[in-house]
Write a protein of this length. Structure first.
Length: 487
């Protein structure tokens, strides 16, 4: 008997991937294509929507070729990236403006000066920042000839990447998104779960552009592009999908993803709360019309600091060698590294800050720097956890970690020591794609409910804290000093 499988589309910033999973989370097929980023001006970041689509189609076709019994498709995607297209022809009006793009910084600053941020925060849980979609939409409408007039005539559609892919997969039949992606536009009121008239006026975005917003599990649409009819049964933004893949369905559960940067999300339950520490509030997921919220915190430089050891300092040939180098010395010997390459995020919020190496002495070596870089992952997480716990009103019992850096056992162990609780690494390492597959599985009846997904979650590795409180205090104190020097 062939087993039931699920197809996950994981459309990320640097690559488009299609993964066929077994219903237990085993990867049966994985296809991937790198995606190009374009930098037409300083601070501008774009992608070609046709590349996004063609790559996605190609990886899906390759992945399903040898796969049988696909029950449904789940989509997860880079969030906030903005696409406008013609409803008649499906042709994009402009390139996709990627989340990293800063071209609307002045507009955001102007709105902030007008005093609009507190209302935005209370409705969306977000900040006034170019990161989010609304000002990107306004930019396209105001800078592409004729776009605003076409939008006002109802000829154009807006979507984040999930929505654009769904439109293309369904041959232009469905214009919809899910609550987690809608939440990243700053146009969606996450408390009332609806597009917000005041926000649409504030950002000057016509309502006719917007997709319908559905639960994360829904019959989004049907595609016939891969042979038999397949339903897109689940969609979620990448960080939320990772939270779902990590089965963080209870209040107080945390997932922390260590890739280029680090994103931590804590499930805070069904009541919206505004962060008091400049973190974001965002829907974790919406099932059967019921929203669970999360507090989200970002560390800008995580794995990128390891890349810098390799490419900037030439201390390593491969990221994985950082572990042997860091553990070739007994301790950090007083050396601390604050990886503020692109500013310091939560809870410091100093975008103008830059990196710092502190505590160097005559005996210090490259190994101490490597160690300081790896230790910094844990110090930064502890800073973030303190802020999140303040906001969420809950101390998580464990941290479920994933991402490339968690291959490094020293990082995992030191993280457990610093946060003084167990760190668990799941057996499904592709948590983001698995989260999308889980959503599709819920829609298709492969899973009966979140509890079913939680049952498939299993730790492949578990790290218990073992450091003495004195040692921990001393190390964390050293980090705090280094951050103070920088500030
Ligand atoms: P992204 O999804 O952001 O591209 P990944 O989750 O693939 O990131 O993680 C890649 C990052 O993890 C890179 O920055 C790399 O330097 C780092 N990395 C991968 N393996 C290790 C390792 N064994 N030790 C330390 N860092 C690692």
């Amino acid at each position: 008997m062939t087993q039931t499988t699920l197809l996950a589309i994981d459309q990320g910033t640097t690559s488009s991937r299609a993964i066929v999973f077994s219903d237990g989370g085993k990867i049966l097929e994985l296809q991937q294509k790198e995606l190009k980023l374009h930098y037409p001006h300083k601070g501008w970041v774009e992608q070609n929507p046709e590349d996004i689509w063609n790559d996605t189609l190609q990886v899906c076709r390759s992945a399903v070729k040898n796969s049988a019994k696909i029950a449904a498709i789940g989509i997860t995607n880079q969030r906030e990236t903005t696409i406008l297209w013609d409803r008649e022809t499906g042709a994009p009006v402009y390139n996709a403006i990627v989340w990293q793009d800063r071209r609307t910084a002045d507009l955001c600053a102007r709105l902030k000066e007008q005093g609009d941020e507190s209302a935005v925060r209370a409705k969306t849980g977000l900040l006034l920042d170019p990161y989010f979609s609304a000002t990107k939409i306004a930019w396209i409408l105001d800078n592409v000839k004729g776009a605003r007039a076409r939008a006002e005539r109802g000829e154009l559609a807006f979507g984040t990447v999930d929505s654009f892919l769904l439109w293309r997969l369904t041959g232009g039949k469905v214009h919809a998104t899910d609550a987690t992606n809608a939440a990243r536009t700053v146009l969606f009121n996450i408390v009332e779960q609806k597009w917000d008239g005041d926000l649409l006026r504030l950002f000057d975005v016509p309502r006719s552009l917007l997709p319908e917003v559905k639960d994360n599990v829904a019959a989004f649409g049907v595609t016939e592009l891969f042979g038999p009819k397949l339903t897109v049964g689940g969609m979620a933004g990448d960080q939320q999908a990772a939270l779902i893949g990590q089965a963080c369905f209870e209040r107080g559960m945390v997932k922390s993803t260590y890739g280029t940067g680090c994103f931590a999300l804590m499930n805070i339950g069904e009541t919206f709360r505004e962060s008091q520490n400049k973190l974001l509030t965002t829907p974790a997921y919406r099932f059967d019309g019921q929203t669970a919220y999360a507090i989200e915190g970002a560390i800008f430089s995580a794995g990128s600091a390891v890349q810098w050891l390799r490419d900037g300092l030439g201390l390593l040939e491969q990221a994985a060698q950082s572990e042997a180098l860091a553990t070739s010395v007994e301790d950090n010997n007083g050396v601390y590294f604050v990886p503020a390459f692109t500013g310091l995020g939560a809870p410091y919020w100093r975008p103008e800050a830059r990196g710092l190496i502190a505590g160097f002495s005559r005996e210090s070596t490259g190994a101490h720097i490597a160690r300081a870089v790896l230790e910094a992952q844990a110090y930064q997480t502890l800073d973030l956890m303190a802020a999140m716990e303040g906001d969420g009103g809950h101390r998580p019992a464990v941290i479920r970690a994933d991402g490339g850096l968690t291959a490094n056992e020293f990082v995992c162990r030191f993280l457990a020591d610093m946060v003084e609780r167990p760190v668990e690494i799941p057996h499904v390492t592709e948590t983001t794609a698995w989260g999308a597959a889980c959503l599709a599985g819920l829609q298709a009846g492969v899973f009966d409910g979140p509890e079913d997904i939680a049952r498939t979650w299993e730790a492949a590795r578990r790290y218990q804290p073992s450091m003495t409180p004195e040692k921990r205090q001393e190390l964390y104190g050293g980090w705090k000093n280094a951050v103070q020097m920088l500030l």
